[in-house]
Ligand binder design. Structure first.
Ligand code: NAD
Length: 804
């Protein structure tokens, strides 16, 4: 009799297909083509062109959907706009009832949705059935709860209006749920554009909306390709764009929305590290790789595509991994015992092959599982590449396929350096039995989501989203709701900021000294304020200064005329001061209290300076200095109190939503209230652990340069605050374009705001601009508050499992 062990090895899997007749019948009913879902009805526009939708496992065309045009998008936006007043006017409770109904209906149709998703996308039924669809329902349940609570949990917050939502093809129904559930809960109406390869579950979802009696126009679905997406982005009556997709398209959208006032969230690509330390449970980590890079054929934005293994166990780990690869089964997505299904489209398959080929040409060694692949359809065997240099194509480019690279490291520091050696920052998975080490690495990795001894866990209760070029904004949890609500402290309307420039001609390039009236190359008055860089006074690189007018327009002094090089030096100094983000909130609070105290000690002097520099009355100067002092104390007090959260997610997990600073921030100050606006912007940013490069009021920069003396005497470490004076919009552009600057605040003109948003597209930095609207800096609701702290932070969700 054969031994049990040998039976286990030789056992063959029989086919275990999931029935799909109900989906085939549904598709047959729509044989002539699906229309858009606009204003509560499906309709094929008279001018419709169609896009074929194929099953990637067989290449057979299973449906036709309309290629949405700008006119179709227009109709959908009009329907969403018309529905907005009534929908946003409903009580949260009333909206919650609709969301519960949607959640329940998805649950009732789980099997239908799972089969349809697998046929449309190629993902194994095991995944669509056990992960995608239940999670989509969970999102609607969770957000039904937020709808119920929105008035009490977000007092004063309002829905934004019409949201344009664009999603990719890798998790079609789940991405829809991540987008639509929070938008509806907050009271917005929606125009959703699914991906052209995978529009079918969105159309089935639209049927659910109709069935539960969701008011017409609240959810609209326009199918089509990038052109339809671009038309939605460009539409003048859309208040927010929420996009999930590639970084490349995300960048285009950032540029297209610059200056429009549209709120924007971008969930983009990734190249996430999967870090295995020598003390890890190696078998667990191998299973982790399977769930990380071979889940959904590796077409996962947060896939652990870069495996980093500590050298001591690299050989053993690689051998185990290769052995496990041989047991993976690739095949028909509707077969319940398949591990890996089909790649979404032949175009994507070609891209995977092209990138792997390029990697091999660059010297990487390819190991591919010896799986039998089906004859038809887009299939690819799981692949592992070794000998991959950190700067090579395979280590840097998102492949979006079942392809992992494996690199070794020696020390934890080296692991962090390799992990962060990417322009992305979406996720990381860390494997170690040493909780101290794992949490230390979690804190050091630049990623919006970190899983310890686990991977690819998602829940509606936790925020998901990236750092760096993986985008900005969060989906899920309390963080996600904030993206669909207007903050009552945000200024979305109101007077234009009164902006006088110190420079006669407003240009993008520095004017030559002899042409520009305010620029002189020799001191004419008593003093020339220098720049403040790395804790020291610094001469401007140009050697030029500009005349600053004071009371009655008379020259009051000279300020350094900073240029691109000065900004670069200041950013470099700020980058070196990274320890500021690591010290305790208590330490930062102490320093900030000291700043506040020293400002207080020089109250009279600052009042006099303000009067002579700006010409304000004695009372106004006194009020400005007084508020600046009080505000400095307030942010000092906040430094150790702006806590994160522990989210309620899966059982056996602590999910920590940790507040982290961005790193280096650029700040461009308004002209008005030169001391108070400077303090109001700089203090929250540094209280949260950021280092800043500040362009102070262009017309009255000398108050800020005086402030350097306060910083010098208050133990603020060198490089934490850097001040570059000069032409604000020229300097702001350089900051917005700088790759080392992770976030940028701009408070100036409408055109300057647009310029900053557009220029930030390079590294997709997080921006906060005023759109040219004036803020009342004296007011505690407009000039101070939690909004400023939130804008100075990014949230990292760290998943810590517990239990044996
Ligand atoms: P993609 O950017 O090509 O397309 C995404 C969506 O944008 C599609 O609906 C597409 O039609 C539309 N689109 C294309 N060009 C457009 C334009 N100019 N303007 C507006 N819309 C346009 O991405 P993809 O290939 O469908 O998806 C894969 C990418 O999505 C990967 O980079 C992946 O990492 C990313 N992704 C990110 C997340 C996340 O949460 N961060 C989740 C899933 C996928």
């Amino acid at each position: 009799m054969p031994a049990i062990a040998s039976i286990m090895k030789s056992m063959e899997y029989g086919p275990a297909p999931e029935a799909n007749d109900h989906v085939l019948a549904w598709l047959a009913r729509h044989e002539t083509g699906f229309g858009h879902f606009i204003d509560g009805a499906f309709a094929v526009p008279a001018d419709a062109a169609f896009i074929d939708v194929a099953n990637p496992a067989s290449d057979a065309v299973i449906a036709r959907t309309v290629a949405g045009s700008a006119a179709h998008v227009d109709a959908a936006v009009a329907a969403a706009r018309a529905a907005f007043p009534a929908w946003s006017g409903l009580s949260g409770h009333h909206r919650a009832r609709y969301l519960y109904a949607i959640a329940r209906t998805i649950q009732k149709r789980e099997r239908f949705f799972a089969v349809l998703e697998s046929m449309d996308n190629g993902k194994p039924i095991r995944e669509s059935r056990d992960i995608d669809v239940p999670l989509a329902a969970r999102h609607f349940y969770h957000h039904a709860g937020w709808a119920e609570l929105v008035e009490s949990e977000f007092p004063g917050a309002k829905a934004l209006g019409v949201c344009g939502q664009i999603i990719p093809w890798n998790f079609p129904l789940l991405m829809l749920a991540w987008k639509i559930a929070p938008a509806l809960a907050a009271g917005n109406t929606v125009v959703l554009k699914p991906a052209e390869y995978t529009p079918l579950t969105a159309l089935a979802f639209a049927e659910v909306c109709r069935e539960v009696g969701l008011p017409k126009g609240v959810v609209n679905v326009v199918t089509g390709d990038g052109a339809a997406g671009a038309a939605l982005v460009a539409h003048g009556d859309v208040d927010k764009i929420a996009f999930t997709g590639s970084t490349e398209v995300g960048r285009l959208i950032r540029e297209a929305t610059a200056g429009t006032g549209k709120k924007l969230t971008l969930e983009l690509g990734g190249k996430s590290p999967f870090i295995v330390f020598a003390d890890a449970d190696l078998d667990g980590a191998v299973e982790g790789v399977v769930d990380s890079i071979w889940f959904n054929q590796g077409q996962v934005c947060c896939a652990g595509s870069r495996i980093l293994v500590q050298e001591a166990v690299a050989q053993r780990f690689t051998a185990k991994l290769k052995a496990r690869m041989e047991t993976l089964r690739v095949g028909d997505p509707l077969d319940k015992s398949i591990d890996i299904g089909a790649i979404v489209h032949p175009v994507q398959l070609d891209r995977i092959k092209m990138l792997v080929g390029k990697g091999e040409a660059e010297g990487a060694r390819l190991h591919q599982a010896a799986c039998a692949l089906p004859e038809k359809g887009s299939f690819y065997s799981p692949a592992l590449l070794t000998g991959v240099e950190p700067a090579s194509t395979l280590a840097q480019e998102e492949i979006f396929g079942p392809v992992a690279t494996l690199t070794t490291f020696r020390t934890p520091d080296e692991a962090v350096a390799l992990a962060n050696n990417t322009r992305y920052g979406l996720a990381a998975s860390i494997w170690s039995e040493n909780i101290n080490l794992a949490l230390d690495i979690a804190a050091s990795v630049k990623a919006g989501v970190v899983w310890l001894n686990s991977t690819n866990i998602f829940d509606a209760g936790a925020g998901f989203g990236g750092y760096r070029e993986s985008g900005f904004g969060r989906e899920g949890g309390r963080e996600g709701m904030l993206e669909y609500l207007s903050d009552p402290a945000e200024k979305t309307s109101g007077q234009a900021a009164e902006e006088k420039t110190a420079f006669a001609a407003h240009t993008d390039t520095l004017p030559a000294p002899e042409q520009a009236s305010p620029i002189v190359d020799r001191p004419v008055i008593d003093r020339t304020a220098k720049l403040y860089v790395g804790g020291k006074q610094a001469r401007p690189d140009s050697g030029y200064s500009y005349v600053v007018s004071g009371r009655d327009g008379k020259p009051a002094g000279l300020a350094g005329l900073g240029n691109r090089k000065d900004i670069r030096n200041a950013v470099e100094a700020a980058a070196k001061a990274g320890d500021w983000g690591k010290v305790t909130g208590h330490n930062r609070a102490q320093v900030l209290f000291y700043v506040a105290e020293n400002l207080s000690a020089r109250q009279a002097e600052f009042e006099t300076r303000l009067r002579s520099l700006t010409g304000v009355s004695k009372d106004a100067a006194a009020r400005e200095v007084e508020t600046s002092i009080r505000r400095s104390f307030w942010y000092a007090a906040q430094a150790d109190k702006t806590d994160g959260l522990v989210h309620q997610t899966k059982s056996g997990h602590v999910t920590l939503a940790m507040n982290e600073p961005f790193g280096v921030m650029g700040i461009a100050c308004p002209q008005a209230m030169p001391l108070l606006s400077f303090v109001s912007l700089v203090m929250p940013a540094i209280a949260m652990g950021n280092r800043v490069v500040v362009v102070p009021s262009e017309t009255h920069p000398l108050v800020a340069t005086d402030f350097c003396q306060v910083l010098d005497t208050s133990d603020v470490p060198a490089g934490v605050v850097n001040i570059v004076t000069g032409e604000r919009d020229v300097l702001a552009r350089t900051l917005a374009e700088h790759d080392e600057v992770a976030a940028m605040w701009y408070f100036g003109t409408a055109s300057g705001s647009a310029m900053v948003e557009k220029a930030s597209a390079g590294n997709l930095k997080v921006t906060w601009v005023n759109g040219g609207r004036a803020r009342d800096w004296q007011s505690d609701t407009e000039g101070q508050g939690r909004l400023f702290l939130r804008r100075a932070l990014q949230v990292k969700n760290v998943w810590v499992p517990y239990g044996e």
